[in-house]
Design a protein around this ligand. Structure first.
Ligand code: NBP
Length: 477
């Protein structure tokens, strides 16, 4: 009996995805470069299930129904190109190659065109949710050859996370052509960076500024989890404050304050710079990880550089509420920036993205899943061309409500010497975006002064240049 689905790469993600597909009633062929992993799976978790273990790509291909669906779940990069080269001669016209890894979107743009030129279909799919998501229901962001969608849709939507009142809306919709799916996945990861950084800033204010214990932090996050900040990341953060080490202390207090990164946040920042859009939250989050990684340098600097006493002297309960406001308002700015970047990328690459759908893809299964995404979906449903989330009435009102607390937190953090790069960047973005007039008139004057870069005028159309040196007031000798 032929299989419905083929999966290559049996590391954490691939193995769990394969089990997920099989659990929905499909027959799955699996292959891994190190074939002992195939045997381990067949003798272990796949035992007695509808699996065919393959020791070669030829075996895998010949085990599949046509049009074949072959998903690669291997390390992103050259491994994917190598697999594509090996698979092309084995596959038949109309067969579908799927890349479910964390691939850079431009690689998927290139590979889609290449694979299509060989008469096959290509489907670059962002998959989020880690090990548990892969097994029980990830968030999936498929893009690539549109003709592949009707074929992959039944299995993809069967295995994806489900949301909605009846738990029947799959977090998997067609995103767009070529690299669109991987781009949306990258923005998801960048937003995840921002969310995590903002939660860490709240944590730092609560501990450094207010001296809250882990028990108190647990209660604060439990309270936040019950409200509009309800999200997976707030939930796991709450839980972290309850976990003890073997010796009775809290585990979180013993963890080295040096963050790692795999690079998807950095990609989003780099592409924001290329597009000329201000995705400042993800960028600050990336830089915050860089600064954290300089542990030894910080230890040296801490012995030399001074700052104020970080203890907050005002009302504790109020400050906790204000930190919640800062977190919520900053989160809105962060998502606003992410969607602006996707809009700019959609224009640049000619991807007809549906932004309400994008919000729903992240509603379940993935790391940034949150109730909040329903509001984003509603905002884009009400106005698919919405320029900026901050302009949607719901978010406009939410920021209006939060901004006093947010400003107080950013100002207090500056005075207490507690770094809050994401909260501060979010506020600077908000205050810059809401201004009809910014000081760039002076900037243009400077550019024209030293480099004759010309300027436009508010009072008449055209391009102008001034002889600044001749016109200026002569300095006193
Ligand atoms: P890894 O990213 O650690 O990749 C390991 C797999 O790639 C193994 O099956 C390995 O085979 C295979 N592989 C490599 Br490495 N080079 C290969 C080559 N040249 N040809 C064929 N196979 C090759 O696995 P993962 O953590 O399961 O992630 C898979 C993909 O999913 C990655 O792109 C990752 O970024 C993405 N992702 C991961 C997560 C997560 O939470 N881990 C979440 C979302 C997305 P071997 O056994 O022979 O070495």
């Amino acid at each position: 009996e032929l299989c419905d689905f083929g999966l290559i790469g049996l590391a954490v993600m691939g193995e769990n995805l394969a089990l997920n597909v099989e659990s929905r009633g499909y027959r799955v062929a699996v292959f891994n470069r190190t074939t002992s992993k195939v045997d381990d799976l067949m003798a272990g978790r796949a035992k007695g299930k509808q699996f065919v273990g393959c020791h070669s790509l030829e075996d895998l291909v010949s085990s599949l129904k046509t049009p074949r669906q072959v998903m690669m779940m291997v390390k992103a990069g050259p491994a994917v190109d190598d697999l594509i080269e090996t698979l092309i001669p084995l596959l038949s016209p109309g067969d579908i190659l799927i890349d479910g890894g964390n691939t850079f979107y431009a690689d998927t743009e290139r590979r889609t065109k290449y694979v299509e030129s060989k008469g096959l279909l290509y489907c670059g799919t962002g998959v989020s949710g880690g090990e548990e998501g892969a097994l029980l229901g990830p968030s999936m962001m498929p893009g690539g050859s549109e003709a592949a969608w009707p074929h992959v849709k039944p299995i993809f939507q069967a295995i994806a996370a489900k949301v909605g009142p009846n738990d029947d809306i799959p977090c998997c919709e067609w995103v767009g052509p070529r690299g669109a799916g991987h781009y949306v996945k990258m923005v998801h990861n960048g937003i995840e960076y921002g969310d995590m950084q903002m939660i860490c800033e709240a944590y730092f204010l609560l501990t450094e500024g207010l001296g809250l214990s882990n028990e108190e932090l647990y209660d604060v996050f439990e309270d936040w989890y019950q409200g509009e900040l309800n999200s997976y990341l707030i939930e796991i953060t709450r839980d972290i404050f309850s976990v003890m080490d073997d010796d009775g202390g809290y585990l979180v207090d013993k963890i080295m304050d040096r963050a790692g990164a795999k690079g998807t946040g950095k990609w989003m920042s780099q592409l924001a710079l290329d597009l000329g859009v201000p995705s400042t939250l993800v960028t600050e989050a990336v830089y915050a990880r860089c600064l954290s990684a300089m542990k030894e340098a910080r230890v040296r600097a801490s012995k030399v550089l001074s700052g104020p006493n970080p203890k907050y002297s005002g009302d504790k309960t109020n400050f906790i509420e204000q930190i919640r406001d800062a977190l919520y308002a900053s989160k809105i700015c962060s998502y606003a920036q992410g969607f602006v970047q996707m809009q700019a990328a959609a224009i640049e690459h000619d991807w007809p993205l549906n932004f309400g759908d994008c919000a729903m893809l992240w509603r379940g299964g993935c790391i940034i899943r949150a109730v909040f995404l329903d509001r984003i979906k509603e905002a884009f449903d009400a106005d698919p061309k919405l320029e900026n989330l901050l302009l949607a009435p719901y978010f406009q009102e939410a920021v209006e409500r939060s901004q006093d607390g947010w400003r107080h937190v950013v100002a207090s953090a500056a005075q207490l010497g507690i770094p809050t790069p994401a909260f501060s960047a979010a506020l600077a973005y908000y205050d810059g975006y809401r201004r009809e007039r910014l000081p760039a008139n002076l900037l243009q004057a400077q550019r024209d002064y030293f480099g004759a870069h010309t300027f436009e005028r508010l009072d008449k159309p055209g391009t102008f240049h001034a002889e600044w040196i001749q016109l200026r007031k002569k300095p006193k000798q």
